[in-house]
Design a protein around this ligand. Sequence first.
Ligand SMILES: *Cc1c(COP(=O)(O)O)cnc(C)c1O
Length: 439
Amino acid sequence: MNFVSIKNPKLNASFQQAVFTGLASDGSLFIPETLPHLAEAFLQKLSQQTLNSIADTVAKQFIHTIPEQALSAIVARALNFTIPLVQLEEHLFLLELFHGPTLAFKDVGARFLAEVLAHFLEQEGKRLTLIVATSGDTGSAVAHGFYQIPNVDVYVLYPSGRVSPLQEQQMATLGKNIHAIEIQGNFDACQALVKQALNDTELAQPLNLTTANSINLGRLIPQISYYGWAIAQWQRLQRNTKPIVVVPSGNFGNLTAAVYAKRMGIPIQQFIAATNANAVVPEFFASGKFTPRNSVATVSNAMDVGDPSNFPRLETVYQNDLALMRQEIKAVAVSDIETLSQIKATYQAQHYLLDPHTAVGVVAAKQDLKNSKNNFDYIIAATAHPAKFSEVIANAIGVAPEIPERLQQLINKPKQSVLLPADYTQLKNYLLAANHAKP
Ligand SMILES: *Cc1c(COP(=O)(O)O)cnc(C)c1O
């Protein structure tokens, strides 16, 4: 299958070109030229499938340029953790996407992309340098996903003093092919430096420089499969209804994957897009006006996005027709006060700790359950583990969550980051020297 630019369907690329370049040459996103439908025989027996077999089947619909056996091995290495569906209370279920190495759903996409790039690089005998700007979650998922991946060097730029201590530990203690750069500036400064580096051929060419942000198709495709796995587990519970899927959203990649899953035949009733106070999309649904702007800080900070980069991809599924989109998706904004009080209420009633992002989804689901008299069931994407956001949790319930063993191990490791000012010339010299020093 080929992938085409949203703006210009004649501008097409192979899967390999799409994952290496990220964006199409006209600056817009790649989408699959068609959305394949899963075979009826497969869908009939969905409940007998495993996460791996579903991910394998989904990947093979889109990717025809990696031999089947190699692709199966890539899927197995990338998805080497569980994604259980657990019941929270009557009508509400959580899809726990946070059992990967950095405790957030972004591990799925980052690990798959890392394995795919490693496969192509080995074939071509090439090296690649990835550069990413992060406000926390993306950097840690990418750093862990690419750790010790052959032929790849990763530079993660993060704003000094503005990521949580745990997030910094996750990015800056790995070493080997993962290089953390602490920038004396904010996230926007980091992002501007990355952009400048990617556009500077004197740097981009010798380093074979690219990025791995959330618009990369290599991150989107594997995310489709866990919605199939959610429904497989759902059917095993002998439930015959179609659930509503609720996705806490920032850049809207995760919701796009969920909508793709439905288009491919996975039985899902509807969707709820739940945002925090960065409510550009809920406002668009209400008023028809799309007004991107600077983000505001909230307790669910991985969703603090003022201009959601995957949204154009989602719109193309509905032929850019808002009325069609509204038939299948509701968009709800949730305040920090509602989020914190939901964390507390769920902790008291169910003894379950929600992370702030998942709590946004739970608030949206509970509101919908109350407003619609249909008694639908809801599956909420639980996007992170609460221990990643211990300050917010402590604020909500009065005590900090327990840190899981695999995070505990990081806390005592020495930090290995390089401190640089937000100055492009210094960054460039540093990257060129580091590249020169390679064997
Ligand atoms: C990135 C992130 C989100 C938002 O996902 P999008 O695909 O950008 O909409 C939600 N929750 C957590 C914990 C995240 O890290």
